[in-house]
Design a protein around this ligand. Structure first.
Ligand code: AMP
Length: 419
């Protein structure tokens, strides 16, 4: 497989798929440019070699052309970050894009307008009437899949080589994230540096495990984490269940959970997971106490109680101190750690203590030689909020992509480069 480090971009035009889906405020100012900075090593390497770049990205979820989702809002900042006056093509498909791409000289950069202004990027039909029949839906799908080929081919025609540095969309088989790769031979397609780091980090927790391996799964619902939990049961030594999921397990075991978030239709599933953990020799670690509140609010009255004795009218919004200690002890003895999802409603300052304790235990374990991977939206927000990001081995930029990779799924964006 080709690698970006070995590839010499001198005189070459590279199509680089990045994830510049950055948050913008109402005046279109970028409020967090982490994703743009994350792609800089790749972009700078290409320019330093003497190559030129055609950048493709999506921004938001437009349903067609829309000022709100235009990538021109990020053009100035991108030019500043790169130290190069970046050119812009108002349409990723039109004559202008082709002419500008063809005219690019070494060291020059062209940013294409939002790829998702075209339905062909995602390959999903748009504008179907609500009462469309199944036949109409199938015909629309077929039509967009057909035109997707032309769309993909056109994007590929701009460049000599393809670099995918958009891990956040690697789980999507979209035109620019996966399909485009087949227009380049294996010597001329590769991961960017960010993507390489993400793939390595996932590989480490899936295939190069130093034991004990502990996964901490938090967040709100068992139903959204079931596949990943089942896959992890085949890998981990300890599986810590935290966050809102706790109460489904507690209730399944006959505990009283009050108003705590609980999926009543998943009680059997929780028992089944406990049984599977036992069969596989996995130490399933559940909370023993909770910080409970008399309303879902930061200013609620609070107290601590046993996790299975939550009074009526109260709800568990974080783990309690005994649980913190139990979790921290398991984490500190671990050599591979995966953290996905907070232990409580960390958006409320009064319910961040458990998540912070988990984060700090992970940092300590990492200092002692553990490999720690934190990923999936909210856990990243957690480590950033607590200033712990630099103390863990790797903070993934992928949400859905990371979870699907850990579930054991082959990500189309990764497979397209590797095959
Ligand atoms: P997820 O997207 O599944 O990772 O869930 C993250 C969300 O879970 C965050 O917004 C948390 O506020 C929420 N969460 C964590 N613990 C609880 C809890 N005990 N009750 C309600 N929501 C929770």
């Amino acid at each position: 497989m080709q690698t970006i480090d070995k590839f010499n971009f001198a005189g070459k035009k590279a199509f680089v798929r990045v994830d510049f889906n950055v948050p913008l405020d109402e005046n279109f100012n970028i409020t967090d440019d982490t994703r743009m900075r994350a792609a800089l090593p790749t972009l700078k390497k290409i320019l330093a070699d003497g190559g030129s770049i055609i950048i493709g990205s999506h921004l938001g979820r437009p349903k067609g052309v829309s000022e709100k989702f235009s990538l021109k809002h990020i053009l100035k900042h991108l030019s500043e970050l790169l130290g190069v006056e970046v050119q812009f093509a108002n349409d990723c498909m039109g004559e202008e894009a082709a002419v500008k791409a063809a005219a690019l000289q070494a060291g020059e950069v062209l940013l294409l307008e939002n790829l998702r202004f075209y339905a062909e990027e995602e390959g999903k039909p748009r504008g179907l009437a609500e009462d469309a029949t199944d036949e109409e839906k199938a015909a629309a799908k077929k039509a967009v899949k057909e035109s997707q080929k032309e769309f993909t081919k056109k994007l590929a025609s701009y460049a000599d080589c393809y670099v995918n540095d958009a891990f956040g969309t690697a789980h999507r088989a979209h035109a620019s994230t996966a399909l485009i790769a087949k227009y380049f031979d294996s010597n001329n397609k590769m991961f960017g540096y960010l993507m390489e780091k993400e793939v390595k980090a996932v590989d480490k927790v899936l295939n190069d495990i130093h034991r004990p391996f502990t996964a901490i799964m938090g967040g709100s619902k068992v139903s959204s984490k079931i596949e990943i939990i089942e896959n992890l049961l085949n890998k981990v030594d300890n599986l810590i269940i935290a966050g809102g999921m706790t109460y489904t397990f507690t209730k399944a075991m006959g505990g009283k959970v009050g108003l705590s978030i609980c999926e009543d239709d998943k009680l059997d599933l929780a028992l089944d997971l406990m049984k599977k953990a036992k069969e596989k020799g996995v130490n399933l670690v559940l909370a023993v106490d909770a910080k409970i509140a008399d309303s879902f609010s930061n200013d609620a009255n609070t107290q601590f109680c046993n996790v299975n004795e939550i009074p009526d009218g109260w709800e568990g919004l974080d783990i309690g101190p005994k649980t913190e200690e139990i979790f921290a002890n398991v984490i500190k003895q671990s050599k591979t750690i995966l953290w996905n999802g907070p232990t409580g409603v960390f958006e409320f300052d009064n319910f961040t203590h458990g998540s912070r304790a988990v984060g700090e235990a992970i940092v300590e374990a990492t200092k002692n030689g553990a490999f720690s991977l934190v990923g999936g939206g909210d856990s990243v927000a957690c480590v950033n909020k607590f200033g712990l990001a630099s103390g863990v081995s790797y903070v993934s930029t992928g949400g859905g992509a990371l979870l699907e990779a850990i579930e054991g799924k082959i990500l189309p964006g990764i497979a397209a480069i590797q095959e």
